[in-house]
Write a protein that binds this ligand. Structure first.
Ligand code: PEP
Length: 253
């Protein structure tokens, strides 16, 4: 059985004070929640304070990205080991906004994922097609290419610390969600690809999150699908009540 994992990706939102206010409410209401794993991904500057506030709870602090080198002349970058030192236990890599605006490619996403794992972090590897790619019938080919790049150098031992987030780009921040059936079709495909690459036991254990306009109103139906094991939540993670409702929906599904 896979424990669903719901992560709030706060993106470029919230001052440190606002981040602490939100996370304090989440800790109070979800700090002892059972049957679902929960994480939040604040900005790098808020991450140490958030991690400290979450001490003593089951909520995880996640980074929104990490760099693949551990030190050196890489102005502006933050290494996976530094994020672990700051209190992170997971790193999101390959988010579509990073791919679209910051030049992340499948090979560099793979390097970031490997660096996260080497630093002892879990890696949430994001994959997903654009609207043009979906309309062109390329969804599965795009996901395969992104997944293969993300998995380079990995074997079955990564399963507990590897999460795949399927996030169709056309559903991120648009209010347009994939239907549970559309999402399940891609999730099942990803699991099969994971089995081909890492073996059936690992593929069965790896959690595959759905992301793209997840809200309290659609979360339960999405997460009721066999291969949807939680969610990566953007906009709806910025309000405690919405995020808590999504976490509870994941648990009841
Ligand atoms: C995301 O950015 O990972 C995301 C899924 O955003 P939203 O929930 O706002 O669509």
């Amino acid at each position: 059985m896979r424990t669903p994992f719901v992560v709030g990706n706060w993106k470029l939102n919230k001052t440190i004070a606002e981040a602490l206010a939100l996370v304090t409410e989440l800790k109070n209401q979800l700090g002892a929640v059972k049957g679902v794993a929960v994480g939040v991904a604040p900005t790098f500057v808020a991450l140490p304070a958030v991690a400290k506030r979450l001490e003593g709870s089951t909520l995880a602090t996640c980074a929104q990205d990490c760099f693949w080198e551990s030190s050196g002349a890489w102005t502006g970058e933050v290494s996976a080991a530094q994020l672990a030192d700051a209190g992170a236990t997971w790193a999101i890599v390959g988010h579509s906004e990073r791919r679209q605006f910051f030049g992340d490619r499948s090979d560099t996403v793979g390097k970031k994922a490997r660096a996260a794992l080497a630093a002892g972090l879990g890696a949430i590897v994001c994959v997903g097609e654009s609207l043009a790619e979906r309309d062109g019938g390329k969804t599965l080919a795009v996901v395969d290419e992104q997944l293969d790049g993300g998995l380079v150098g990995m074997d079955a031992s990564v399963a507990p610390k590897l999460v795949i987030a399927y996030e169709p780009v056309w559903a991120i921040g648009t209010g347009r969600t994939a239907t549970p059936g559309q999402a399940q079709e891609v999730h099942a495909h990803i699991r099969k690809r994971l089995a081909d690459r890492l073996g059936a036991v690992a593929a069965d254990a790896i959690r595959i999150q759905y992301g793209g306009s997840v809200k309290p109103s659609n979360a339960e139906a999405l997460m009721a699908e066999n291969d949807i094991d939680g969610a990566l939540v953007g906009g709806a993670s910025l309000e405690a009540a919405d995020f808590i409702a999504i976490v509870k929906a994941a648990r009841s599904a």
